[in-house]
Design a protein around this ligand. Sequence first.
Ligand code: NA7
Length: 540
Amino acid sequence: HENDTPIHLDAVVIGAGLSGIASLYRLRKAGLKVKAFEAGSGFGGVWFWNRYPGARVDSEYPLYQLNIPEAHQSWDWDYKFPAQKELSDYFNHLDKVLDLSKDVYFNSEVTSVRYRDGLWTVRTAQRTATCKYLALAAGALHRTHRPDFPGLDNFGGEIYHTASWPDDIDLQGKRVAVIGAGATGVQVVQELAKQVDYLLVCVRNPSYCLPMGQKKISDEEKVATRAHVQETLCQVRNTLAGYPAKQSPGSLWDRSTEEREALWETLFAQGGFNFLQGNYNEMLVDPKANREIYNFWAKKTRARVTDPVKRDIIAPVEPPYPFGTRRTPLDQDYYECLNQSNVELISLRDTPIARFNKSGFIAEDGKQKDFDVLVLATGFDSFTGSLTTMGLKTKDGLDIQDVWKDGVRTYLGIFVKGLPNAFLLYSPQAPTALANGPTLIECQADIMMETIQRLESIKAKSIEPKESAEAEWGELLEKMISPTLFRYAGSWWNGANIPGKKVQIFNYVGGLATYEKTCQEAVSTWKGFDIILDHHSEPV
Ligand code: NA7
C-alpha cells in the first residue's frame, strides 16, 4: 500500500465511464466529499477499453451524451454515429469543463468493498477509502467473455479480444479470423475486411443488422443542435427507450401489405434504430407479426449478399430467434464486406470448431482453417461480471457472487439487500440494454441523489431494500417480460451467452419513463425500504 491511512469521504464512485461521471458530478455538486476509483488510465468505461477498429456508438447524435449544460453548450458532434475516437474526445471535454480528474484515482482497480456499522471501506492496491455512500458504476459490459475453445493454447498466432485491443497492432497483410457476430463483430469485420489479406468470419448466430445511415454533421446542423440539445435530452427522458422515435400507431394486421412495406421502407431509410422503435406495437409480442417483420428484413438483407451460401448463413430464410429480441447492430457496409473475395464466412452452427491447433483450427467437418491472428468478438459476462469480481461483500460478510448464485436480486435495479447506502447504475433489472445509455444513467443518478438528499434530511444512517421488495421487483420483471418474445432468445441480455451462468431477466421491459416514475414513487414514500436513523435503532 502506498498509503495505509484511509481517506475519509462521504461517497465513493467505482468506475469513471458515463455512470461514474454522472454520479461524481452530482455528488460533488451536492456538496459531498467524493472520489472515484477507475481501473483504466482514463475516462470512458467501455469507450476506454473498446478501441478495436470500427468501434462506434449505435445511438444517434446528439442523444449519446450527458445532459450537463456546461458540457453540451461547448461541444459539437462531427458524426451522427460517433466513433470511439470522437467519444474519447468527448470524455476529455467532460474532464476539462467539469474539472473531473482531480477527483479520480486512475489505474485503481477496486479489490475489496466491505461495510461495517454505517461505513463502507473500499480498497485498491494503492489506497483505502471509507465512505457512507457508494455508487457502483462499474459497467454492464466490463468483464470480457473468452470462450474455452478446445486446444486454444496450441494456437501459435496472436489472440486479441476486441475489448483489450492493443494500440499498436497493424493487421495489414495478415490472415485474420474473427469469432462473433454481435454489434462488436459487425463493426470489427467492416474495418478488417478492408485491411487484411484474408478474413475468416465465424458466425454462430447471425445478427439482424439495420442500416446505420451514418453522416457527417454540417456546421449549420451543429449550431441548430446546440440550440435544442437541452430540450431534446429532457424530452427523451420521458419515452420508452430514450429515443424520440414513436411506435407506429394501430395494428400491423389492420394494414395492407403495401402499407406495411411502405412503413418499413421509410423506417429502413431513416436508419439507426428507427426500424425497431417505429415499428408496429405487435413486433415483440406477436410471433406472426414478428415473422412478417423478419421477412421484410431478410428480403432487404438477402438482396445485399451475392453468394448464396453466405446469404443463407448471415440472413437465413428461417430466423434463428425473433426479430428485435437480441441487440440489433447497425451496419454501414457489413454485408458488402462479406461479399468481398478475401472474406470467407463460415457457420459455427453447422460446423462447430473441433479443436484449435498451431496454425488455426480444424472444424467438425474436418476442414482446417489457417490464420495468423484470432480476434475474439465474443462479448462480456454482462451485468454481474463487474460487480462480482471487485471483492464486494454484503454487510453480513457474504460475497455478492454467492448471494447472486441463483440469479440477481435487486430492488428497482438500484438497491440490493445487504448493501446499505449502495446504488447500482447501468445495472441489471433496469431498462439498461433497451434504453439509450446516458438517458438511463441520468435517471438512475438522479434517483440516487434524491435518495441521498432525503436520507440526509431525516438524518438517516442507512437505507436498504426489504427482501419482499426485491422479490416483488423480480416478479414484476417476470410478469412484464412473459407476454413478450424476449424469452425465445438467449444473449447477454439474459445471461445465456455465458456457459453455466444462470439465465435470468436482466431487463425491465416496461419502458424508461415508467421505470423512472416507479423509482421516484418508491423513494418519495420509502416504499419497500428499511431505513435506520442515526441515533435510534428503530427503523422508520
Ligand atoms: P455479444 O453481443 O455478446 O456477441 C458475442 C458474439 O460472440 C455472438 O455472435 C456470439 O454468438 C459469439 N460467441 C460467443 N461465444 C461463442 C462461442 N463459444 N462460439 C462461437 N461464437 C461465440 O457481444 P458484443 O461485444 O458484440 O456486443 C456487446 C454489446 O456491446 C452490444 O450488444 C452493444 O450493446 C454494445 P451467439 O450469438 O451467442 O451464437
